[in-house]
Design a protein around this ligand. Structure first.
Ligand code: SF4
Length: 434
């Protein structure tokens, strides 16, 4: 039996998730990419059966929103008819350029395949919870350090993998460094231990002690960065990465973009981490033309664009649970504050406490509730608010907070430390200023 299948066996398609704007399905193409023609047809299906919003997540999955039980079935049928084989089972994430990236330290694909096969052979898929995931990072041009993984394997060199458990790369607990065969065995042993905790178990719950400082390896040099822009491959080939504003695009805009990409000779489009799409097979001159098209369609074509630094869910009115217009607030903040946003600050704007766009903590989370826009510092959308503004004042409130940080942050502090030092009272005062 294989861990991959087409329609029906994919949990995301056969068991869509309930959200405030209807059912949502997540699609990870097994081949890693879709032809631009197939993506156009998928976008047409999303418009026909859902609310026309297509998303790419921080991990690089495609999401289609606003479905009903009946329309989700119709969509699943069309995905099958389009010949899109989807990945199922425990996610084992790699760079979408793994194996063809001339900058990568090691090809992650063989190790990822061995881990997937090991999960299947050990019957772990049904014993692990739906949120458990593995990251295999060959350290190429696309950074995976921010992606959460219960088990993380990072290429130390061409043959050895550094293994850590729980969280993103900065927070994960180092447990060892091994060649590929041993690294696979350690990863599977760790997943077996997670499975003994039941379907709620996560890597971070294993309670592994951090290694003593002297036994920790030297940090690896930073390699990957944002996939937005031109990424060189071997033989003068290039890839063009464009970002979706807040991970979202309406189906008609996606169709317009893919139509031009097809005309310019694109051979395929890969969803990628950081809420991006990678256009494959373009000549350099065509990439410039497609970049101009993407910019005119409102897509993100510069890694400096503030929109990629803000996580925001659809919010009101698209989502019935939304208490603030999260993406409008986020767009206003990006447009008005842009480069003045503190570079050490992570920002999440959430329509309600569910926090769909960013389940983890952020330096500042602006979340809608019955009192307006709550500002949570250093927590998640479910965290205790430090202060409030009216919903329509949220973007201006963030402007005041940005001013406060510019005045008060010490050179050795980051935004989180500065806001923690200033405390909730000072924050509330700053937000209340006219
Ligand atoms: S977090 Fe956003 S998308 Fe999720 S339920 Fe709340 S308003 Fe809807």
């Amino acid at each position: 039996m294989t861990s991959f299948s087409r329609r029906g066996a994919c949990p995301a398609l056969s068991a869509p998730m309930q959200t405030g704007d209807g059912l949502l399905v997540r699609i990870n193409p097994l081949a890693g990419e879709l032809s631009s023609r197939t993506l156009i047809e998928l976008a047409e299906s999303a418009a026909r059966h859902g609310n026309g919003i297509v998303e790419v997540t921080a991990r690089g999955s495609i999401q289609i929103r606003g479905l009903t039980e009946d329309s989700a079935c119709l969509l699943a049928g069309e995905v099958d008819t389009l010949g899109i084989a989807v990945r199922t089972g425990v996610p084992v994430d790699t760079s979408p350029l793994g194996g063809i990236d001339p900058a990568e330290v090691a090809d992650p694909a063989p190790l990822a395949a061995a881990i997937r096969a090991g999960i299947e052979d050990a019957g772990l898929a049904s014993r692990l919870g739906p949120k458990v995931s593995i990251v295999v990072d060959g350290r190429g041009q696309i950074g995976l350090a921010a992606i959460m993984g219960d088990v993380r394997l990072v290429a130390a060199d061409a043959t050895r993998w550094r293994i850590s458990v729980g969280g993103d790369e900065a927070a994960a607990t180092f447990i060892g460094e091994h060649d590929g065969v041993a690294a696979c065995a350690v990863a599977l042993d760790t997943l077996r231990a997670v499975a003994t905790m039941g379907r709620e178990g996560r890597g971070r719950d294993l309670g592994l002690p951090q290694s003593a400082d002297e036994s920790k390896p030297e940090p690896l040099p930073t390699t990957g960065s944002s996939p937005i822009g031109i990424l060189p491959l071997a033989d003068d080939r290039i890839v063009l990465g464009v970002g979706l504003p807040f991970g979202s695009i309406d189906a008609q805009t996606l169709i317009a973009f893919c139509t031009v990409a097809t005309e310019l000779g694109a051979t395929g489009i890969r969803p990628a981490p950081g809420r991006t799409l990678l256009v494959m097979g373009l000549a350099s001159a065509s990439a410039d033309t497609l970049t101009a098209t993407a910019t005119s369609l409102g897509l993100v074509t510069s890694p400096a664009d503030a929109r990629i630094r803000i996580a925001a869910c659809p919010g009101a009115p698209a989502c019935a649970s939304g208490m603030i217009a999260a993406r409008d607030v986020a767009a206003d903040i990006a447009a008005e504050l842009g480069e003045s946003l503190d570079p050490t600050l992570s920002l999440h704007v959430s329509g309600c406490a569910k926090g769909c766009a960013h389940p983890g903590p952020a330096t500042v989370t602006i979340v809608g509730d019955e009192k307006g826009a709550a500002f949570v510092v250093g927590g998640t959308a479910k965290g205790l608010p430090a202060a409030y503004t009216a919903g329509y004042e949220a973007a201006r409130g963030m402007g005041r907070l940005t001013k406060l940080l510019a005045q008060e942050r010490k050179p050795d502090e980051d935004a989180a430390a500065c806001l923690a030092r200033l405390g909730a009272k000072r924050l509330a005062q700053a937000l209340a200023q006219e």
